[in-house]
Each structure stands twice: as C-alpha cells, then as structure tokens.
Design a protein around this ligand. Sequence first.
Ligand SMILES: *[C@@H]1O[C@H](CO)[C@@H](O)[C@H](O)[C@H]1NC(C)=O
Length: 414
Amino acid sequence: MQVSLVQGIAVLCVAFYWWDFSLASKRQGQNREARLTLKPKHGGQLMLSSGRIKLGEVFLSGINGLRGERGEKGAKGEKGSQGEKGDKGDSCSSSCKNIFTSSTSGSCDARTEGELRYDKKSSHLFLCSRKQWHQLQTVLRGEISNSPPRKSCLDILFKGEGQGDGMYWINPAGTDPERNAFRAYCDMTTSGGGWTLVAKVTHDYSWVCPDRDGGMCRGSKTNPLNANLFHDIHQRDTVDLSIKSNIDAGVHLNDTIIRMLFVSGRQSVRFTFVGSGNDWTATEDAYAAFNPSKKNRMFVDHEWGQYTLDNVDYTWNIIKHTRKDKTFRGKIICWGNKVKHSYRFYDHGLHVGSPASAHKPCLLDNNENEVMLKSHYATLQGSPLKARWDMAQFGFLGAQFVQVPNKRIAIWVR
Ligand SMILES: *[C@@H]1O[C@H](CO)[C@@H](O)[C@H](O)[C@H]1NC(C)=O
C-alpha cells in the first residue's frame, strides 16, 4: 500500500476551485493531451480524465488552456508514405510551466494565476489561486474518488460503486457532507466486502505511553487510562492501514461514528490478526455478527457490555485460521468506554477472547495458545476509577504468556 509520491498520484484534490483548465501530458515520442475538469458536482475534487499522471511528465497551461503540438499524420493505407509533420501548436512560452522544476518561492499573482508548481524541497504540489499558493493533496494508489459519499463501505458496495479495496469517501451521518464526510479504508473483497476499518494496533507501547519512546509503560507519566484503545486521545478523523510505530500506532474512529456504521449495517465486527510479515496478510481473521433480535450497546460511550457466543449474542464466523495449533474461539466480546467503574480490572475499550472463570465479567482468560484481542497495560480499581500501570505489561501484540503474539491487528465494522 505504501507507494512513492511519483508513482502513486491518481487524483489531485482541491477544495475551492471551480474553473476548468487543461493539462497536457507529454510522453517521450508521443503527445497526449488530458483534460482536467473540476465542477461542483465532483464535490471539490480535481479529476484527471486519463486516470493517472506522473510528476515530471506534466506540463500545465494557464487558464486559457494549451493547445499541444499537432500530432504526426498517420501512415496512408497499407504502404502509404509517412504523413507530413503537423504544424506546431500555439506557443505556450508565456502560459505553460513545467511544474516539476518550479518552486513556490516565486510570487503568486494575476500573472501566475492557475499555475501548478512542484516544490522539490517539500515534495508538495501547489496551485496559485487568488494570490495564494495552495498545497494540493496528493493521494496514493488505493485512493478512490467515489462521489457522492455514501454512508459506509457496505453502502458503497450496495450502490454498485465499489472499486476494490482502498480509501473511499464516506459520510455515516448522512447530512452535510462538506462537514461530515471523511476518508475511510474499505475492504471490499474479504467475505463479501463492505468492511470499514475502524481501529488498528501496529505497535504495543508507542501509542499508549509516548513518553517512553516505544518502551514499556510501567513508570510512565502518561495517564494509565490512555491504555484504552478507544480513549478519545486515540481518536482520528481517518484511519488507514499504514503501519506506524509512533503515537499513531493505536488509533480508532469516533465511537459515535463507529456505532452509526454498526447499526446501519449488519452489526458485524471483524478482527484481523497478522502474526508475521510486513503487510496486512491475515494470519487469523473472523467476524462476530450480532444477533439482530437482541439489544447491544457496542461502541456506545458511557456504557459497557459483555456479549458471549454461549448466549447467542452473536455468531463467530472464521474467515481464516492459519495457526492451527492455536485456538481462535471468540467466545466473549467486551465493550466499555468512558465508564466510571472497573468492570474488568484492566484497560477499557474493546476486547475479544475467552472469559476467565469466576472473575469480573470481562476479564479474559490467560492462554498463550489462544488468539485474542486483549491487553493489560493498566489495572483499574474503584469508583471513581483509579488507574495505575500494571507491574507486568501485557500489550495487545507481544504478550506471549497470556495470548498468542501478533504483529498488528485491524478492527472493522460492516
Ligand atoms: C464524535 O462524533 C459525534 C457526532 O458527530 C460528536 O457529537 C462527538 O463530539 C464526537 N466525539 C469526539 C470525542 O470527538
């Protein structure tokens, strides 16, 4: 999924420009002209009709547009002689710029209005508009410019607008897309597709206690309540599959939005575990489809709940189970966030595994042979809740004595 800027540009997004302008793209030995258009109906997105451009091959005209060189006439008939060379197009010396070599140190004024420049120092693309250089957002491969935004990845699929896995625009609230729509990663292929990525963990400690520089959190000055993956401090407007080992290594979407995705869909939560490798190829992958005839409070703030397979609160659907010597049972799912008391001794948030017997409701079993979503960064006691770092640190990923270790975990809703 990681692609360099030069390889990856498919779409340039700008927010405020309504005019059309043309862009001529040159390739060695051939001239091509591609037209860029931007209309309100595209939701502020600048689209390239030919689909993909590469930096360094792009020449931009001024707002009057550029007529490229006329192409060579094709061969006549079977053995025809070569056609005469076309006339040269309009000169663009005053109106075109090679955007690759420019920098934005030059002024943006009426004369340069509409120019695109690539700033080598910052590696960003800029558009001169109304006397200001605006940085254009470049979007990597896998970014999809679906429009208008739908409620969820599942909704996009239902509307027949799926284009494979990637980043799509969604708007779970359904209203005021300019304000509410955001980019979400959609898995459109696994088990029917329609999965919106809602959270991920790609490193054990750096997101929990950043003051320890990636080390264990015991002794950290960070508030131990932050060990909850669904704590507001770990909320992001967009969650993608980039693999981080910094403060963004444990992130989630706004809980209210996750709840909207959950209730407007199939009430399914999926857990993808990656045991090895450098990508997101799952080692274990399964989803819980909640029983629609039973109430649940999954992803609702200020509430907690335990849901079990034995009570038929959900069904456990295994998509992939590679480590056959390990169990992957999904017997209990616990949710709790912004809850004032300790219902499980340890970190709040979302946990999946098998229940420990005769303990607090959401306490999960210690089992080094079971794949679970489980953490004991902090211990929680009392009401109001008092939290302190656990003496031992059992993170989501590396805690080999209490669960099967993993490299990374993704959580999805459909
Ligand atoms: C989450 O989104 C809801 C609905 O937009 C909003 O009311 C709430 O303040 C958000 N929560 C946080 C922590 O940003």
